[in-house]
Design a protein around this ligand. Structure first.
Ligand SMILES: Cc1ncc(C[n+]2csc(CCOP(=O)(O)OP(=O)(O)O)c2C)c(N)n1
Ligand SMILES: [Mg+2]
Length: 555
């Protein structure tokens, strides 16, 4: 087995995975390779539970899904062929602030001196690390076991602080050597400027006190930095309604009496859009002001009536404040005394209409898919959505728990949902996980259902089969949006695991989803949809964009 340890100190590999376990990482996702095998042996011997998948893009998405639910994720791969294959997924985690530690196997220090044409090398031995520098907040190559512990702690500390991925490259021979003792505890001490903080809180509190219809838009940074409860406390104290974004959907429970739905410009549910856009004080907390958030430029927000506080910026109306930490700002605001606002929640009064008998034989469309999903969803369910109408249609879906909706709603990489759901299932073994995925996205990473079979996982997978890249057909259509039509209802036969079925009517879908929720097995539903169909939010956005274009043409 393992090479004997010449001293009492643990090996680099043992230290690495024990340290990550103590940081709260209990599952890892990976695919080994020769440069990474010694590292995988230490991982397998550690307390961390390893799941191996079929392709590296999925490894990254699975670790990201786990991080979004559990707090921090771990993806282990081999040098270049594995690491570079996973780059897009880690770019997604970087863009959406999901803290994933990447551990990559690598050539030894001696190889780097004597073997310039080593397999898997691209340009220089440092190529992979340099590429990863663009998508991580810290990188380390553990060339020296004496400093390895310090390097590992440095990367993980930075990942904790920034909630972005970090990169640790482990040469295959160094991993077995005794690790040097850590020499220091890096601490990232950030403090607000007291005068700026006081002025910002004063101005924000005055704006909030004056406002008749304030609203909070709570975005994903609150969750990533553990500030959701603080934002919720402010909302409760002053009776201010809260909207989420597509990225932060379910950040606060969607049945919370203060919750008014997902805001995303013209993609929003109308009640929510109207409330936010007619508000005289929109408080954007932890917000990414992405174009998706702005409903692809269909949002109408007036900067003068907006407070924007995230980890990088603080604007109150047209004033900006430097060196004010989001946490301090929120705490300052919560301590203020402001009269409670009056607010009646119209959003929570809307309920889904149950299926009528006369509807059961009707052919499915995207809108009725999301309605029936909402009507039949298991308690304590997590929903993971892929790009396309699978994500946009889910805007109106009402989930019940906090943080039970995952989607890469800013970076928008296809292929996220199936592997990210594997990460989410590892993080929350109780409760069902629904995967909502377009046929195009399923063809990218759907083979990870094999990983579900391998580890006996039971997702309910709905493949929205509209015969191709439907979302893109609305922009420019052509044969490039066509894909091969698979018999998705036969997927489970191929895997010899779970149950798959093709569904064409509302009634069939209701039965299939109800029994899927009741049975503990993987269910794959091929949801047949018309080729030119789209959900109500997507139609709303298309209409808003068309109106904008008409307006521009008239000008
Ligand atoms: C990895 C990746 N490649 C390409 C795209 C561009 N893209 C955006 S939506 C889309 C079509 C998605 O098709 P499907 O999954 O079937 O969902 P639908 O649009 O039909 O609802 C494509 C190709 C992307 N977002 N991500
Ligand atoms: Mg499609």
């Amino acid at each position: 087995m393992m090479s004997p340890m010449p001293s009492a100190s643990p090996s680099v590999g043992s230290f690495l995975f024990d340290y990550l376990y103590r940081q709260g990482i209990h599952h890892a996702f990976g695919i080994p390779g020769d440069f990474a095998l010694p590292t995988f042996r230490w991982l397998q011997q550690s307390a961390i539970h390893l799941l191996t998948l079929t392709h590296e893009p999925s490894v990254g998405f699975a670790a990201d899904g786990y991080a979004r639910v559990h707090g921090m994720g771990l993806a282990c791969v081999t040098y270049c062929v594995g690491g570079l294959n996973m780059l897009n997924s880690i770019a997604c985690a970087y863009a959406e602030k999901s803290p994933v530690i990447v551990v990559s196997g690598a050539p030894s220090p001696a190889d780097r001196k004597h073997d310039p044409l080593l397999h898997h090398k691209v340009r220089t031995f440092d190529t992979q690390r340099r590429i990863y520098e663009e998508v991580t907040c810290a990188t380390a190559v553990l060339l020296d076991p004496q400093t390895a512990a310090d390097e590992i702690i440095r990367v993980v500390t930075e990942v904790r602080a920034q909630r972005r991925p970090g990169y640790i490259e482990v040469p295959y021979d160094i991993v077995d050597l005794p690790v040097g003792r850590p020499t220091r505890r890096p601490q990232i001490v950030a403090e607000s400027d007291p005068a700026n903080l006081a002025a910002a809180v004063d101005e924000a509190a005055t704006a909030l006190a004056r406002a008749r219809r304030p609203v909070i838009v709570a975005d994903i940074e609150l969750h990533r930095h553990g500030l959701t409860d603080l934002a919720l406390a402010i909302a409760k104290k002053f009776n201010v309604p809260i909207a989420a974004t597509l990225l932060s959907k379910s950040l606060i429970g969607e049945t919370n009496p203060l919750y008014i739905g997902v805001y995303s410009g013209g993609l929003s549910e109308p009640v929510c859009q109207k409330y936010v856009e007619s508000s005289d004080c929109v408080i954007l907390l932890g917000a990414f002001l992405s174009d998706v958030f702005m409903g692809m430029k269909t949002a109408h927000l007036d900067r003068r009536k907006t407070i924007l506080a995230n980890t990088e910026k603080l604007h109150v109306g047209l004033h900006s404040y430097e060196n004010v930490l989001l946490k301090d700002f929120l705490q300052g605001l919560r301590r203020r005394t402001i009269r409670r606002k009056s607010f009646r929640n119209r959003y929570q009064r809307a309920t889904l209409a149950p299926l009528k008998d006369s509807e059961r034989g009707r052919a499915l469309d995207s809108e009725s898919f999301f309605r029936i999903l909402g009507l039949t969803m298991a308690d304590q369910a997590t929903v993971v959505c892929d790009v396309g109408d699978a994500m946009i249609g889910a805007i109106g879906l009402r989930t019940t728990q906090r943080n039970d909706f995952l989607a890469d709603a800013y970076y928008l990489s296809m292929g996220f949902a199936v592997p990210a759901a594997i990460g989410a299932m590892a993080a929350t073994p109780r409760g069902r996980v629904y995967i909502i995925v377009g046929d195009g996205a399923f063809q990218m990473t759907g083979m990870e259902l094999s990983t579900c079979a391998k580890y006996d996982l039971h997702p309910i997978v709905c493949i929205l089969n509209n015969d191709g890249y439907g979302t893109q057909r609305h922009i420019i259509d052509g044969p490039f949006n066509d894909i091969r039509r698979w018999k998705y209802g036969k997927v489970c036969e191929l895997l010899d695991y779970g149950h798959s079925i093709q569904i064409a009517t509302l009634g069939e879908l209701e039965i299939a989803l109800t029994s899927a929720a009741a049975e503990q097995r993987m269910t794959v539903i091929d949801v047949l949809l018309p080729r030119d169909d789209s959900s109500r939010p997507l139609k709303r956005m298309a209409q808003a964009l068309a109106e904008q274009r008409d307006g521009q043409r008239r000008r």
